[in-house]
Design a protein around this ligand. Sequence first.
Ligand SMILES: [Zn+2]
Length: 54
Amino acid sequence: MKLTCNECKNEVGLTLHSDLAVGDMVECQMCGITLEIMTIDEDTVKAEIAEEGK
Ligand SMILES: [Zn+2]
């Protein structure tokens, strides 16, 4: 699976998230932002930036 960070456009490593599901939170290792998984379509994962303090 591949997820591109909305903020820094780097690829976010998903090796620690082998059971990734929609609604999960993933932290970008490059810029530290938290991304919420929106859709998982085959190998393409899309996410939105999660608001802090929710
Ligand atoms: Zn990033």
